[in-house]
Ligand binder design. Structure first.
Ligand SMILES: Cc1cc2nc3c(=O)[nH]c(=O)nc-3n(C[C@H](O)[C@H](O)[C@H](O)COP(=O)(O)OP(=O)(O)OC[C@H]3O[C@@H](n4cnc5c(N)ncnc54)[C@H](O)[C@@H]3O)c2cc1C
Length: 402
């Protein structure tokens, strides 16, 4: 049987492994961690569905609280809700989530090598043929028809294959968060996002309800522009911001989370001869929300299936593995393109103008906004005669958002 190596046992790696096993390959998952899913570096919110995917197969055991959408606070604290009637997602326990996805892969037949750090790749005539790991203090070489890099934001496989050598500072958000108990949340089934260059430059603060008075409270800030650390910004928010004072003044920190997020969209390509990338390694993270788990799972199962088929056909050239790129971009390519444009637009927009926009939108149901409502909002913006707001609305119109 043909062999596929998956580097990384996060949501991308475990989903990739299942996809490859179902398509008939032998699979080994390698992770440098000895316990997958720990430490948690996540806000733990995930949608139930995705484009072309009726239901994302979220492990039930990991679900903590249903979510119906989000409440967005503009810099001047004007709130706009985007909520469905029925839950459209959940907060989960990421420890259990990662472990259950990994268990699915091993129960389906994957071999695993935990506590093994991938140091290098092997190549023959320019084709990737395996990986070199350090495990139990020894260097070992493992061979495979296809190597899949599901090794996260700082992917070694991306670097070693040349698919992504480095990031520019503003390609990455640095994140810091707390899990808090004793929260007095105003809404327990909406995620809250807070924008503003003062509280979170080139990023946002999030409050995600986790049920039973708990919440994940975190911040992501753009690299290269910050004058304080993400932790300092978040601590300042918790002490001084009205939204935090109302909801979190009695809250206690029960866990701390640190991490980084690629917010620059997917890599130009994620395949080379004998290898491909998936999940954060591929940049499959929403450039505005920073969500990546759903993409990792859906793209992972495509990556695994395509890799297994190519391995079986003994044709693992870039042109063969390209089928993976074709399939996942068909699902998500347009969404990433639009989100990147919208992100740039939000980043260029002054706080004052965001407040004016929130004032115009607030009170409208913005779920599945009808054409009539879009026109109404657009006309309200025109009536303000505010040049910057009108320019913003024109750009939003080009993106078909109003
Ligand atoms: C603070 C924060 C909050 C977030 N909040 C959310 C959220 O609310 N919702 C959401 O959907 N997404 C969120 N994300 C993003 C989400 O966590 C990622 O998109 C998701 O984990 C990607 O999964 P992955 O499998 O690609 O990578 P990862 O989960 O990072 O897994 C990569 C795995 O590869 C292993 N690895 C790395 N290098 C090597 C090596 N050299 N050798 C062996 N193993 C290696 C690692 O140990 C790890 O287990 C957040 C991220 C951060 C940092």
């Amino acid at each position: 049987m043909k062999h596929v190596i998956v580097v990384g046992a996060g949501p991308a790696g475990s989903s990739t492994a299942v996809g490859a096993l179902r398509a008939g390959a032998d699979v080994t998952i390698i992770d440098r961690k000895t316990n997958v899913g720990i430490p948690v570096q996540c806000g733990e919110a995930i949608g139930k569905t995705g484009p072309g995917v009726a239901e994302i197969d979220i492990p039930e055991e990991s679900i903590r609280a249903p979510l119906r959408g989000f409440r967005l606070f503009s810099p001047g604290q004007i709130s706009v809700d985007y909520a469905t009637k029925e839950p459209s997602g959940f907060t989960i326990d990421r420890r259990i989530f990662d472990k259950e996805l990994f268990a699915r892969a091993t129960e389906a037949g994957a071999d695993s090598l935990l506590g093994a750090r991938v140091l290098d790749i092997t190549q023959e005539n320019g084709t990737v043929t395996g990986v070199v790991v350090r495990h139990d203090g020894k260097r070992k070489t493992l061979k495979a028809e296809v190597v899949i890099g599901a090794d996260g934001v700082n992917s070694q496989i991306a670097r070693l294959t040349g698919l992504r050598k480095s990031y520019k500072p503003d390609d990455i958000d640095s994140c810091f968060g707390y899990e808090m108990a004793n929260c007095d949340l105003e809404v327990t089934d909406l995620m809250e996002f807070l924008l503003g260059s003062e509280i979170s430059p080139r990023g946002y603060i999030w409050i995600f309800p986790k049920g039973e008075g708990r919440a994940n409270v975190g911040i992501g800030i753009g690299g290269g522009v910050e004058t304080k650390t993400a932790k300092e910004y978040l601590d300042h928010f918790l002490k001084h911001h009205d939204v935090a004072k109302r909801q979190l003044s009695n809250a206690k920190v029960i866990e701390t989370r640190v991490g980084a997020l690629p917010v620059c969209g997917p890599n130009k390509t994620n395949v080379v001869d004998g290898a491909l990338l998936v999940g954060d390694a591929a940049g499959q993270v929403h450039p505005i929300t920073g969500g990546g788990m759903g993409y990792a799972m859906v793209c992972g199962s495509i990556a695994g299936r395509v890799a297994a088929k190519c391995a079986q056909n003994e044709s693992v050239k870039t042109s063969d593995l390209q089928q993976y790129e074709k399939e996942w971009r068909k699902l998500y390519g347009a969404e990433f393109d639009q989100s990147l444009k919208l992100r740039e637009l939000i980043l260029q927009t002054e706080d004052k103008t965001l407040d004016k926009l929130a004032n115009i939108v607030t009170g409208e149901s913005i779920v599945q906004m009808t054409a009539g409502k879009k026109v109404k909002i657009f006309m309200r913006a025109m009536a303000t005669k505010d040049g910057k707001l009108i320019a913003l609305m024109r750009e939003l119109r080009k993106l078909r958002m109003v």
